[in-house]
Design a protein around this ligand. Structure first.
Ligand code: AMP
Ligand code: MG
Length: 493
């Protein structure tokens, strides 16, 4: 042992305050834990000693083989609606909460392991994860973070030294991830389904203290809590739509109370604009399609609201339903406002006019069915803000309708205070040039599974600064080549 032993200053409120909401548990022993990727920047924010963690001791901790001092490893209980059907018991079937850490600013984070072995919640599953999906979650989380989207993040990816049965044998792996918390809509559902209302109240009080402390002393704090989660989810899903992100499995157990994106499984970014875009192999009806995500967010929030009814008014359930419904009904208005404001920025408007909503909708109508690359569209539109229209028009199969729209937009710009160069700059600050293109992600994961991490680390580096166009990275800008075909992603792998 060196004087650089891995050390964590855990402060485990979940374990301490929420007994009965989890099962204390240990990870499986991995035969040969090895660090594949480590997030130095995040470790530094968390006040962790990277050198001490990028060691065999650190690898054993991140694989779940060894619980570090001060950890209180546990599997959390939760339920959830999966594709609309309710499961009373899901829970951490292949994951453990190791403990909570405070970052340099005093913000609290869970340190969580995914793929660390079976737990009492595993049902038929093996409790394992494999390298490809672990690295996909690592990459997507980091990309989303750099894009300014609230998200869980990867601290480390390790291989376990074990082969795991999937589609053939795959290298076993564990993701060590950081999240503001792992409280989900499904955590509330677990106790509400059992009519354990004292526990739902205890959980809500805990969630308020942890995420919305300003509500603690207010009247109607549970209604306020519902509004606060609704606001954060509206903000989150609007960002997804601004960027072309499809989560792919927005089950209520995959929706956080904090408003962070969680559980990157069958997710992907769209190349072409298409509200019906679906990548998940099991989402046959398009429940979680790109354009359906706000509808599902509201549906999930309604499920959260149902769990809170007895807390909102214990004596008068009609009144509780009325009050909760009023909150849920604010979703469409709030979402539309947030989405429209973000879209205004994306098309370079610094001012607000009543007709902007129509202008934005007309833009999407012009894009419909045109196979326009969603990411390049906004970057090329910044050139059109400088008077160079050709590039953006060329993205359309038939640009006739869009050219009429360009005229409307350029008229609108005359009534906006920004000068052309400031406008183009502002647009490029909100419209990324580099996103995790499906063919690039796939290429990186295939190489990583064959022991070549170079494409993965390169892609990670490109995506760490998604808004700044850099020399030599042209190959990361564009959509998948024709031959790549339709993209499919898979759940729970
Ligand atoms: P997910 O689809 O990853 O959000 O997981 C949904 C549920 O299935 C959660 O309860 C997971 O813990 C569980 N699960 C997914 N994969 C496995 C696995 N390989 N072994 C055990 N449980 C799993
Ligand atoms: Mg999940």
């Amino acid at each position: 042992m060196t004087n650089h032993d891995p050390k964590f200053d855990f402060d485990n409120t979940y374990a301490r305050e929420l007994e009965g909401f989890y099962v204390p548990w240990q990870g499986a022993k991995a035969p040969a834990p090895t660090i594949v990727q480590f997030n130095d920047e995040l470790a530094d924010d968390l006040g962790l000693d990277s050198d001490a963690l990028k060691t065999a001791d650190g690898a054993a901790i991140f694989a779940g083989s060894v619980a570090p001092d001060g950890a209180a490893p546990l599997a959390q209980a939760y339920a959830g609606h999966q594709f609309g059907g309710f499961s009373e018991q899901l829970g951490d079937g292949r994951a453990l909460l190791l403990g909570e850490l405070l970052d340099k600013e005093g913000a609290r984070f869970d340190l969580h392991l995914k793929g660390s072995g079976r737990t009492p919640f595993s049902r038929g599953g093996d409790g394992k994860a494999v390298l490809g999906p672990v690295l996909r979650e690592y990459l997507m989380g980091e990309a989303m973070h750099a894009l300014g989207v609230p998200t869980t993040r990867a601290l480390a990816a390790v291989t376990t030294g074990e082969e795991v049965v999937r589609d053939g044998m795959k290298p076993g792996a564990v993701l060590a991830r950081i999240a503001s918390s792992h409280l989900r809509v499904g955590t509330f559902q677990f106790f509400a389904a059992r009519k354990e209302w004292d526990k739902v109240r205890q959980l809500a009080d805990y969630a308020i203290d942890r995420h919305y402390p300003e509500l603690a002393q207010t009247d109607d704090k549970y209604l306020g809590f519902l509004s606060a989660v609704l606001e954060n989810q509206a903000q989150l899903v609007a960002k997804w739509l601004h960027l072309g992100f499809v989560h792919g499995v927005m089950n209520t157990d995959n929706m956080t109370i904090s408003g962070e994106t969680i559980d990157y499984g069958p997710c992907a970014f769209v190349d072409e604009y298409d509200p019906k875009a679906v990548f998940s192999s099991i989402d046959r009806d398009g429940r979680y399609a790109f354009g359906n995500q706000p509808v599902i967010a509201q549906w999930n929030l309604t499920r959260l609201a149902e769990t809170l009814l007895p807390l909102i008014d214990a004596d008068d359930s009609e009144n509780a339903i009325r009050l909760a419904t009023n909150v849920i009904n604010t979703f469409v208005g709030r979402y539309t406002e947030i989405w429209t404001n973000g879209m205004r920025a994306k098309i370079g408007l610094a001012s607000v006019e009543e007709g902007d909503g129509d202008l934005i909708n007309d833009m999407f109508t012009a894009m419909d069915g045109q196979k326009v690359d969603y990411t390049l569209f906004f970057r090329h539109l910044a050139h059109a803000a400088l008077g160079k229209n050709d590039e953006v028009i060329a993205l359309f199969e038939d640009g006739t309708k869009f050219e009429s729209w360009l005229t409307l937009w350029q008229d609108r710009l005359l009534r906006d205070p920004l000068d052309p160069s400031a406008r183009a700059k502002a647009m490029n600050k909100v419209n990324p040039i580099y996103i995790p293109r499906n063919h690039r992600v796939e290429e990186a994961l295939v190489a990583a599974e064959a022991d070549d991490l170079a494409p993965f680390t390169k892609l990670l580096e490109v995506l760490s600064d998604p808004f700044t166009k850099r020399a030599g990275l042209d190959a990361y800008e564009g959509p998948a080549p024709e031959g790549f075909g339709p993209y499919k992603t898979f759940c729970g792998t």
